[in-house]
Design a protein around this ligand. Structure first.
Ligand code: GLN
Length: 487
């Protein structure tokens, strides 16, 4: 008899596997059945490919930290021998020739990478509606978006169709969908996890990180993935660390910064009240609140949309119909090959970003936009450096609102860009950030999850997870499950 039940944490599943109450194959079969019954309504997966996973499960090494644990992988992260398309038509027909380092390390820890989680094309978006495949639906209300760009990764964890998944975060793409779907998302410090094998969006901002149902699980996955990689010169050589080591310690003596720029008018009232209550809860656990200021916050979105698009325009130049994926059958010569392949292969938002990025890098505009944005980026980073001389962590909402309706913002890119107003500065500064459930907001009669964001100093993930875990375990939010029919 299989004891598979959806929504079990990695930590709990690991115990069941080791005590032989559950076999790795039963686990995958349980997931397979759950996906078959629930995912048609959600659309978190582009592909499931559980057959390979079953074969790997047959010889899982349960003595390893992630032995036999299946982990869903965002479609932007390479898994050897599997299609990897970043949810774009331009990568039709492309198969990854190698494992991303993050995936290879998960395997070395015994995990079984599987599936291709849906996302916004090239991770550009906040709703997963920019996927070239299909939109993903929020498990808490199927008429709503799951957030993005790692919307499939978040929706699967929230719907109990994956124990854990990998996402990537360039301006909020792990934390914002985690918040909107009511799960935990960790963006590691820039340089903590190798980007080798991640389809690049904006290379100075991108990081791979986990989406999980508990804070402890995100530490367990980070333990497996972190570390220097010779294939990524921006990954850093640091002493080995157990990111779960501080978990279980109390919060006495820790100072938590409350930045006034992150508590602005216009926020959804249910988000505001949930986050205010969460801060009180942290205080009741022994943390000391400190009012702080991050004065350059208001420039973060503008700076991000210059730097991220500039880097994207360079990174996406490689998709030209010659080396990877799609090649237009209509092309007559080299120039028309480029033009037609790119015209047919890229979606609207991706084209918009390439045009914006090319513009801000072009001669005459470079100094006015790109160079100036880099200078303001430095000011934003200094705000955080300053703040972290006074506090151990910073607390804020992850997103100013809960999940919006499918189609609500698709005609207004600026509104969509503002969905990341609280997450973007983290990537510009390169620091680490965690989102975890902190309550519900009633929107049009439906209770929707609210995310609490905790930000930590560079390479301060262990401290961040300690604070997140203490909060999580003192509340019941992470135990609530979506009650949509069929889930
Ligand atoms: N939503 C932001 C964007 O569209 C961030 C995306 C991300 O983090 N990949 O660029």
């Amino acid at each position: 008899m299989s004891t598979f039940t959806p929504f079990q944490s990695i930590a709990a599943t690991r115990r069941l596997l080791r005590s032989k109450e559950l076999s790795p194959i039963e686990l995958i079969e349980g997931l397979e059945a759950r996906i078959a019954s629930v995912d048609p309504a959600i659309g978190a997966y582009i592909e499931r490919n559980l057959e390979t996973a079953k074969k790997e499960a047959a010889h899982a090494d349960l003595s390893k930290p992630l032995g036999g644990i299946p982990i869903g992988i965002k479609d932007a992260i390479s898994v050897k021998g599997q299609p990897c398309q970043s949810a774009s038509r331009i990568l039709d027909g492309y198969t990854a020739p190698y494992d991303a380092t993050a995936v290879a390390r998960l395997r070395a820890s015994g995990a079984i990478p599987f599936g291709r989680m849906n996302m916004d094309e090239f991770a550009m978006g906040s709703s997963t509606e920019n996927s070239a495949f299909h939109p993903t639906h929020n498990p808490w209300d199927l008429n709503r978006i799951p957030g993005g760009s790692s919307g499939g990764s978040a929706a699967a964890v929230a719907a109990g169709t994956a124990l854990a998944t990998l996402g990537s975060d360039t301006g909020g793409s792990i934390r914002q969908p985690a918040a909107l779907c009511g799960c935990v998302g960790l963006k590691p410090t820039y340089g903590r996890v190798s980007r080798y094998g991640l389809v690049a969006f904006a290379s100075s901002l991108d990081q791979i990180g986990p989406l999980t149902s508990t804070v402890e699980d995100s530490g367990i996955i980070l333990n497996a993935m972190a570390g220097k990689d010779p294939h990524d010169s921006t990954s850093l050589e640091l002493p080995d660390e157990d990111f779960t080591a501080e978990i279980g310690r109390d919060l006495k003596g820790l100072r938590i910064g409350v930045p006034k720029e992150y508590f602005v008018d216009g926020m959804e009232p249910g988000v505001r009240s949930s986050v205010d209550a969460a801060i009180k809860q942290l205080v009741s656990l022994g943390a000391e609140p400190v009012e702080i200021s991050l004065p350059h916050t208001e420039y973060a979105v503008a700076v991000y949309y210059i730097i991220a698009t500039a880097e994207a325009s360079a990174n996406l130049a490689r998709f030209d119909g010659v080396r990877y994926g799609r090649r237009s059958p209509e092309a007559k010569d080299l120039l028309s090959l480029y033009e037609k392949t790119r015209a047919e292969g890229f979606g609207r938002e991706v084209k918009r970003r390439i045009i914006l990025g090319t513009y801000v890098l072009s001669s005459g505009y470079y100094d006015a936009y790109y160079l100036r944005a880099q200078k303001v980026r430095t000011l934003i980073r200094r705000d955080f450096d300053q703040a972290f001389t006074k506090v151990d962590a910073i607390v804020s909402p992850t997103s100013p609102e809960t999940a919006f309706r499918l189609g609500e913002k698709t005609d207004d890119p600026l509104k969509m860009y503002l969905a990341d107003i609280f997450t973007i500065a983290t990537n510009l500064a390169g620091i680490c950030g965690l989102s975890l459930p902190c309550g519900f907001s009633n929107r049009d009669g439906v209770d929707l999850p609210v995310g609490l964001q905790l930000l930590g100093r560079p390479f301060g993930e262990s401290r961040l997870l300690r604070i997140g875990h203490a909060y999580e375990q003192s509340t019941e939010w992470h135990k609530r499950r979506p009650g949509q029919p069929g889930l």
